[in-house]
Design a protein. Sequence first.
Length: 477
Amino acid sequence: MRAAPTILHLDMDAFFAAAEQAAKPSLRGKPVVVGGLGPRGVVATASYEARRFGVHSAMPMGQARRLAPNAAYLVPRFAFYRSISEQVMELLGRLSPLVEPLSLDEAFVDLEAGGLADDGASARAVGELLRADILATTGLTGSVGLAGSKMIAKIASEEAKPDGLVLIEPGTERELLGPRSVRILPGVGPATGEHLRRAGMTTVSDLAEAGEDELVRLLGRAHGASLHRMAQGYDDRPVVAERDAKSVSVEDTFDVDLHDRVRIRTEVERLAERCVARLRASGHSGRTIVLKVRRYDFSTLTRSETLRGPTDDPVVVREAAGRLLEAVDTTGGVRLLGVGVSGLADYTQEDLFAQAETEAEGERERVGASAAASGGGGGAGAVGSASASAASAGGAVPEESASGGAAVERRWAPGHDVRHAVHGAGWVQGSGVGRVTVRFEEPWSAPGRVRTFSVDDPELEPSEPLPLVRGECRAGA
């Protein structure tokens, strides 16, 4: 615990939805929901206007549509959000060498390590300047919490939302926490909160008064002791500049359960490729391959295989994931598939390819015969891969026929950027029945006009996102 509030916690306000509102003038001040739009999609972020209807993160998208039927529902644009996050993290890096990112839109900063603050007044000045810099650079707002510990700084930033700053002076922690729900403390989720409620503890002061021995009896040595300290306002966790990743993984939930074994294997291979791309982007390799399968009845199976050494070879990961799949019963259907790599390292073992080839020779022969008997399974897998790639880039993809024939039309994801040869930059409001509706506007323009085109209009094409602040415009944009 520090004597001065020199730990800063930044949390961008409704980040994904706010970024979409900043990019689309016609959506400002209106309810916006970002997430998966399929039958099994969930809400990633809801704007504050949508939250007034009860919509919140992790809610099933079907429920959100019932609560806010007139909201704008958009597909996430993660590359766009990541580019904004990089701008924000760069600003934080100017404040201190100790910046601990928690996600794209959230981070801790040790102001003391940066030499910019040593008391409440100087910390507040730094926090206000940071909020102004973020707004000027990205056009978005962030909420700042300042305190003597990470736990209290995070609580402060939550109280500051939206677009505010709250500073909590060291020494006032117990008074602040006492009447609050136990759920405000890190590590107290719904299950732990219910367990504590049954024991008669609903507020933080109840935990402090219960004593460490009672909490250890209820929750175990590590969790009980930690919770007792936090209930008294103690949190001495440092701001850690680099958090070592323990694993890299990707997963997909399917709108309709997958039953075809060849299609399931194709999806696993596609996920393995994506996982390796993410693994390489992080500068790591790994030696344990993990397959996750959630079946039609919501039961989840996890299988893993540990190699002789770390690899970032897509062939090795793909083959290992395929072998793991052979040990899983997918009868009845599959809702979700995931592929991950753990046991991360910053080097690779060159002979793993030969190892995997030798170990998998018999498996490939058998699977190859099965694929040949069923026609190779190329049609469905190719569509899934192309769709995922285009969705991440914000573009349209050809929709193959079930028999793997020629493309019949292009599909356009709601919210993604396009450019028309005549009308300029815009974004997709929706599409269907061979038509796509586009609103033509730019982040710095007035709300634009809406026009509808054929999905295969040659003058309409996918586009890169425009910057939110005009001064950041790229040449030719």
